[in-house]
Design a binder for this molecule. Structure first.
Ligand code: GCB
Length: 628
């Protein structure tokens, strides 16, 4: 079924539920911000050392005076900045501290401390007093610290960070214990769990980078302020917006909408309204048109003076789906994409503008038009770049490799999903929400778990489809795929299945994916396929781990994709992976995962040229027929 615009607007209007969360950081006529990025004092607790720092209230101490104090740049993962494996493989708490003057000048403003992402668990203290904690990483959180801060004086910002994973975290993980318990000379088991030997392993295939991974900012916001803005705008020019304001007492609201050239296209005086503009310039993904953007300017006027102002970027575009295709602005969209990672040498998963820019430039050079934020929400800066460049994105929660489906996990997952949607809801480049990657959804109990997630996403946002990325399950045992709006499938024929049998790939992929489609009658994107290649390892005829083998697996899989497209079975494809990335140590990984078509330092492998040729060719011939 293709949703008609009128139905759409109705859904848009219903789609607005309670607004809870945060606006992006913005500097403007009223709002200002100080960056707390830079070198922070850093202290590492003993490996897996219990809660030594919390128990002994290190928040009340001056970390600079600790004997093992060093410095750590923010933003960055800490793991690869040391010289020994102790820091790289550290499990447990690390402590960050920064002393910073807060000028008297801003004392009439609310001071809100905002973290872009701290992985995994963070406890924040201001001048020794605990002010907030956050679980999960990859998403921003903030806290009003106006009551704790000393104006015109130096303040102490302390953050304790813990990266331990368990079955109740998302993603999940566990401890690996020594396989042979140490014994004394008479054979008595000395200890099952010598602290230093305990290894914490995430149930996923990437390095568990930890620390303060994105920027820390001290925002100065007025006392009467705009809390949130939600905008829904479709390709017919219909729009709806809702603004949450701290108090409307004596406040006059002014709303203005501007197009990309700065021309005023709408004015209003309500915090919540709907409307229509004529001839909207639409946001299109690359290859289908220009990614035009608009902005909604909301001002609060108190006693004739501007009290607060915020400008939110958005786009007029519609995402719809039938039982076999995804549409953008009523035209079929075929995804030519990538699975990726925020990963680079030295900084790990730390945000870096240069790496982000290089990655997106390379994605464009490859002729790609989309990617999935595997396996967690990516930086806010990147989401704005996707809008500007016209790159369509499937945004994914950090729920990779779920094995257990407890109520507690479900609650945490729902919270992460809500926060993720709240952060990214106004980005036109976001075309879908991915609930999880490769959950064990053959388990019966996964159904209710996923039903709650689908209902949550639909409850907040009816304008985008919801999906889950399937790996361990099949068309005949998955308990959840029928709940999704479209289905994503990861398949590694020629690698994990039938290694060395390249001629088998075409048939296997075709057969497997066709059965998903026949069973569920939903659009399908193949979100992962590929093979490892060690850069520069050449073998003719090809052998696993050679660049030739990777290239052949990819070429052969493309034959299957072409047949699947012809039969109206798939609506997109994504290579695994954009670039090589670091993982934990295991026998199947040689210094990380090498399924990248680029090396970890972003140099092209042979496969990159194959993929580039395909994407450029397909992109310029995007089939706009609607399959019936
Ligand atoms: C997958 C996972 C991804 C892995 C990839 C691989 O199915 O979704 O996280 O990195 O396979 O290379 O094994």
């Amino acid at each position: 079924m293709i949703l008609k615009p009128t139905v759409l607007l109705l859904l848009l209007l219903q789609s607005i539920s309670t607004i809870t969360c945060l606006l992006h950081v913005q500097k403007n006529e009223i709002r200002t911000v100080d960056s707390l990025d830079g070198l922070w004092t850093f202290v590492r607790e003993p490996h897996n050392g219990g809660d030594v720092g919390i128990v002994n209230q290190w928040n009340t101490l001056d970390l600079e005076r600790f004997q093992n104090a060093t410095v750590m740049p923010v933003p960055s993962a800490y793991n690869d900045l040391g010289t020994g494996s102790e820091l790289r493989d550290h499990i447990g708490w690390v402590w960050y501290e920064k002393k910073e003057f807060v000028p008297l000048r801003d004392r009439n403003m609310r001071h809100v401390l905002r973290f872009g992402s701290v992985n995994y668990f963070a406890v924040v203290y201001i001048n020794s007093e605990k002010v907030t904690s956050h679980i999960g990483g990859h998403l921003p959180f903030e806290v009003d610290i106006s009551a704790q801060i000393k104006f015109g004086a130096e303040n102490k910002f302390t953050v304790a960070v813990n990266n331990t994973l368990s079955w109740s975290t998302i993603p999940q993980g566990d401890f690996n214990y020594q396989s042979v318990a140490p014994r004394n000379i008479s054979g008595r088991i000395l200890s099952r769990l010598p602290a230093g030997a305990v290894k914490n392993v995430g149930n996923f295939d990437f390095f568990n980078y930890a620390g303060i991974l994105r920027s820390v900012q001290l925002m100065k916001i007025p006392s009467v302020y705009i809390q949130n803005i939600n905008i829904v705008a479709d390709h017919t020019g219909s729009f709806f917006f809702e603004t949450a304001v701290s108090s409307l007492d004596g406040v006059r609201v002014e709303v203005k909408m501007f197009d990309g050239e700065g021309s005023l296209v709408y004015t209003g005086n309500q915090t919540k309204s709907e409307g229509q503009i004529s001839n909207p310039k639409l946001w299109w993904p690359r290859g289908m048109g220009k990614p035009d953007l608009y902005s909604l300017e909301v001002s609060l006027i108190l006693d004739g003076e501007l009290a607060d102002i915020y400008r939110e970027q958005f786009g007029f575009r519609t995402v719809t789906w039938s039982d076999s295709q995804i549409f953008i602005n009523s035209k079929p969209f075929y995804c030519l994409g990538f699975g990726m990672h925020e990963d680079f040498e030295i900084i790990g998963r730390g945000f870096n503008q240069a790496i982000m820019t290089k990655d997106l430039n390379l994605l464009e050079w490859m002729g790609g038009n989309c990617y999935r934020t595997t396996h967690y929400p990516y930086s806010e800066e990147r989401m704005f770049e996707n809008d500007r460049r016209g790159i369509a994105v499937i945004v994914e929660t950090p729920a990779v490799g779920l094995k257990g489906f407890s109520k507690a996990n479900n609650n945490l997952h729902v919270k992460m999903l809500q926060d993720m949607i709240d952060r990214d809801k106004n980005h036109p480049s976001v075309i879908a929400w991915s609930l999880a990657n490769e959950p064990q959804t053959m388990k019966k109990e996964s159904r209710n778990y996923f039903k709650t997630l689908v209902d949550t996403a639909h409850g907040i946002d009816r304008t985008r489809p919801v999906t889950t990325v399937y790996g361990p399950t099949n068309f005949d045992n998955d308990q959840t795929a029928d709940l999704m709006d479209f289905i994503c499938v990861n398949r590694y024929y020629g690698w994990y299945i039938d290694m060395g049998y390249i001629p088998w790939i075409n048939q296997s992929v075709y057969w497997d994916i066709s059965l998903w489609r026949e069973t569920f009658h939903k659009p399908i994107i193949v979100t992962e396929y590929g093979a490892d290649s060690i850069p520069g390892l050449n073998q003719e005829p090809s052998v696993d781990f050679s660049e030739q083998y990777q290239n052949e697996v990819i070429q052969e899989t493309h034959h299957a994709f072409d047949a699947l497209v012809k039969d109206h079975t798939i609506t997109g494809e994504m290579i695994w992976n954009f670039a090589d990335f670091m993982t934990g140590m295991t026998t199947t990984r040689a210094v990380g995962n090498h399924k990248g078509v680029f090396t970890r330092s972003r140099q092209a492998k042979i496969a990159a040229y194959t993929l580039r040729n395909r994407y450029l060719k397909k992109g310029s011939n995007i089939d706009t027929t609607i399959w019936t």
